[in-house]
Design a protein around this ligand. Structure first.
Ligand SMILES: [Zn+2]
Length: 253
């Protein structure tokens, strides 16, 4: 068992025995681990083991069994996310997606930075649906899925009105649409945006603005990609889908 000081993000906690808790923390320097907190209700740790808390933790990390939280400092919370049921639902989904993509105890500082930065931008008020789409597209690689949204997979030309083919796991240009009669029949702006999302730097994010009809098309296509290539069925994603259904009933636009 080694003692380490590292930044970490609490992914979730769950009750364990009578008054104890198990807390899953994604740490910057050692990946994800499960921490045991005794008498969590009365513990000085009770406030920092809530989901979506970021802190500098002092941890006793055990590579095979349970780990322990010794102490913490520099706590930061995503106040805006926690105050908004929609943002909170999307943030919870990103956290669950990260948990699913990354095996325990596997070091991944760049995924840590990407997740924290995405949550910060969500907290700052950037479009949470688009941030979620960008995260979903970029994290596909962690599930072992590499898709090219930049060029036709047959002739490698770029900058055309592309469609996606599940059969070829890639784009088809208008000249090669015929290669797959079951192609996705996408609005060409969908693969265009996914190509941008794949290579996007955070500085460019503020310049992206997407209308609600296009957001719906992105949502539908990304769902199809996840169904076909990842096959995850997260409760937090189901919750978002239900929330969106209720949201559109109530909007009446
Ligand atoms: Zn082509």
């Amino acid at each position: 068992m080694q003692t380490k000081e590292t930044r970490g993000l609490v992914l979730y906690n769950r009750p364990f025995r009578e008054d104890d808790k198990l807390v899953k923390i994604f740490t910057e320097s050692s990946g994800k681990h499960m921490f045991f907190v005794r008498h969590a209700g009365n513990s000085k740790l009770s406030s920092v083991i809530q989901p979506l808390t970021v802190a500098d933790f002092i941890l006793k990390i055990n590579d095979t069994g349970l780990s322990y939280i010794e102490d913490y400092k520099e706590v930061s919370l995503f106040k805006e996310i926690n105050a908004d049921i929609y943002k909170l639902a999307y943030a919870s989904y990103l956290v669950a997606l990260t948990d699913a993509a990354l095996p325990d105890a596997s070091f991944d500082a760049s995924l840590f930075a990407f997740l924290v930065k995405t949550l910060e931008l969500m907290d700052e008020g950037l479009d949470y649906e688009i941030l979620t789409n960008i995260f979903e597209i970029q994290i596909l690689e962690r599930f072992g899925v590499q898709l090219n949204f930049h060029e036709c997979c047959i002739c490698h030309r770029v900058g055309l009105a592309f469609d996606f083919s599940h059969r070829y796991s890639g784009l088809l240009c208008p000249e090669h649409y015929e290669k797959d009669e079951h192609r996705s029949h996408l609005d060409p702006n969908v693969p265009y945006l996914l190509d941008r999302f794949q290579s996007l730097r955070f500085e460019d994010l503020k310049t992206i603005s997407v209308k609600s009809e296009m957001k719906r098309k992105l949502r539908t296509f990304i769902d199809a990609l996840y169904e076909d290539y990842v096959g995850l069925h997260l409760k937090s994603k189901k919750f978002i889908d239900d929330l969106d259904k209720w949201g559109s009933v109530m909007k009446k636009d």
